[in-house]
Design a protein around this ligand. Structure first.
Ligand code: FAD
Length: 412
């Protein structure tokens, strides 16, 4: 079926713009439709795991991200109430250890990241339109999208529509694909700070003290993305005028004195909070359409893997489109199957991580203490970190079972 375009992509964030650039480079005609006029900081992903970095390399986008200010983090420290800061800092985890040739995770600001990929899509030959309002999506044998732009209505047809429009995807609804969701586990807020020059900008850190768990990801030049988990029952804790101050003050912890550099830093964006959960779809494709990125289901951000997941989606779907001329839904079976298992495993890892780091109170503290103690005797207890850093496929299936969960949490 011929159309105005080979591909229409709805949503020009990370997934949509990376896909548009990749397919335009492969000689396909691409229409990329993005709702926003300017990319804003909505407190989204800015840390790419080493396995996500591999995906950017496979897509030929790594050098572009580095030239746009990509910053590698080299070491990880876990602070906590069960050890002194000196003990925590004595042996930082080297982050180049997970994948040969990858120096560690990659940090880059989200708005800059989106704009860089969008510009690359344009440079590669995609027709890319900002500030659009998509009014109708039709799949089937003649996929088409109706949208308005600058007051004018347009109708475009294509061989396939790619939905890359994020969590609340209207494309997913138009495709009639059901989204499964877990119950929220904890609240998760984040803010970008600058002038945090006292923080070691090659070191990421996490830690739980009292009823707050922090995560710190430096971006270089004194800019640092800081996140915090706190109980669902306290969801309005950082709402209101004092929210930013209260959030930054929550970082002043006995277990992590270095956090003072973050608490005293300058806010450089909004503080936004979300509830954290997982979601997934059974099959992210229909006749004339396929979903990628958050639109196809997301992992609890406590793992920091949404960007890596999205880049893998782009790589898998674009490879299938490039290597085949028949774009019927069956083509995407390998993607659907791999993604289903990938998300299942990452859901497991997120639940484990959230239980260990983002539950509060005496029982949770005791669980953390026991986990730390048992980890010293059996370092394989923390094996799920390999799924987060090196990819969920690197561990055998038995590492993602209820039995394993009980064992790690010390319940048997
Ligand atoms: C608090 C928080 C922290 C996170 N931290 C991390 C992290 O450290 N590392 C990590 O890897 N991931 C993280 N993530 C997840 C990560 O941000 C997402 O998984 C990733 O951005 C998904 O990319 P995407 O392109 O699918 O969607 P998005 O980034 O959401 O992009 C969707 C795009 O579609 C556009 N759009 C929406 N609707 C329409 C429409 N109708 N028409 C046209 N355009 C539309 C939007 O404007 C947007 O540009 C975090 C998420 C949250 C909530």
């Amino acid at each position: 079926m011929a159309g105005d375009y080979d591909i229409i992509i709805v949503g020009g964030g990370i997934g949509g713009s990376a896909m548009a650039a990749t397919m335009a480079k492969a000689g396909r005609s691409v229409l990329l439709l993005e709702k926003s006029a300017v990319y804003q900081d909505h407190v989204r992903g800015e840390w790419i795991s080493p396995w996500g970095v591999v995906e950017t390399k496979r897509l030929g986008l790594y050098d572009l991200l580095m030239s746009a200010g990509g910053h590698h983090v080299a070491q990880h420290v876990t602070y906590g109430e069960t050890k002194t800061p000196e003990e925590a800092e004595a042996a930082p985890l080297p982050l180049d250890a997970f994948i040969p040739g990858i120096p560690g995770p990659l940090s880059i600001g989200h708005p800059k990241h989106c704009q860089t990929l969008f510009d690359e899509a344009v440079r590669s030959g995609a027709t890319a339109v900002r500030n659009v309002d998509v009014t109708r999506i039709e799949t089937g044998k003649t996929p088409q999208v109706e949208y308005t732009h600058e007051g004018e209505s347009h109708n475009a047809t294509a061989r396939i529509i790619i939905g890359a429009d994020g969590r609340t995807s209207t494309v997913r609804t138009a495709f009639g694909i059901e989204l499964h969701q877990d119950k929220p586990h904890h609240m998760f807020g984040g803010i970008l700070v600058e002038n945090a020059h006292g923080w070691n900008d090659r070191r990421q850190a996490i830690g739980t003290e009292g009823d707050f768990a922090f995560l710190v990801f430096p971006q270089g030049n004194g800019r640092v993305r800081v996140y915090g988990s706190y109980p669902l029952t306290d969801r309005r804790r950082f709402a209101g005028e004092d929210g930013v101050r209260l959030f930054l003050d929550s970082l002043r912890m006995k277990c992590a004195p270095e956090n003072i550099h973050l608490a005293n830093a300058t806010p450089a964006g909004p503080l936004m909070s979300y509830f954290n959960n997982d979601s997934w779809t059974d099959e992210p494709m229909v006749e004339g359409g396929v979903l990628i990125g958050d639109a196809a289901g997301w992992n609890d951000p406590i793992n920091g893997l949404g960007l890596s997941i999205t880049y893998r989606d782009v790589r898998m779907v674009s490879d299938l489109l490039k290597e085949n001329d028949d774009w019927r839904p069956e083509l995407f079976k390998p993607y659907a199957e791999e993604r289903y298992e990938r998300m299942r495993r990452l859901r497991f890892a997120a639940k484990l991580q959230a239980t260990l780091d983002a539950e509060f109170g005496e029982e949770a503290r005791e669980r953390r203490r026991r986990y730390e103690e048992r980890s010293k005797a059996d370092p394989t207890l923390g094996a799920h970190a390999a799924a987060i850093m090196a990819g969920p496929e690197v561990l055998p299936p038995e590492m993602f079972t209820e039995e394993r969960r009980k064992f790690v949490l010390g319940k048997n």
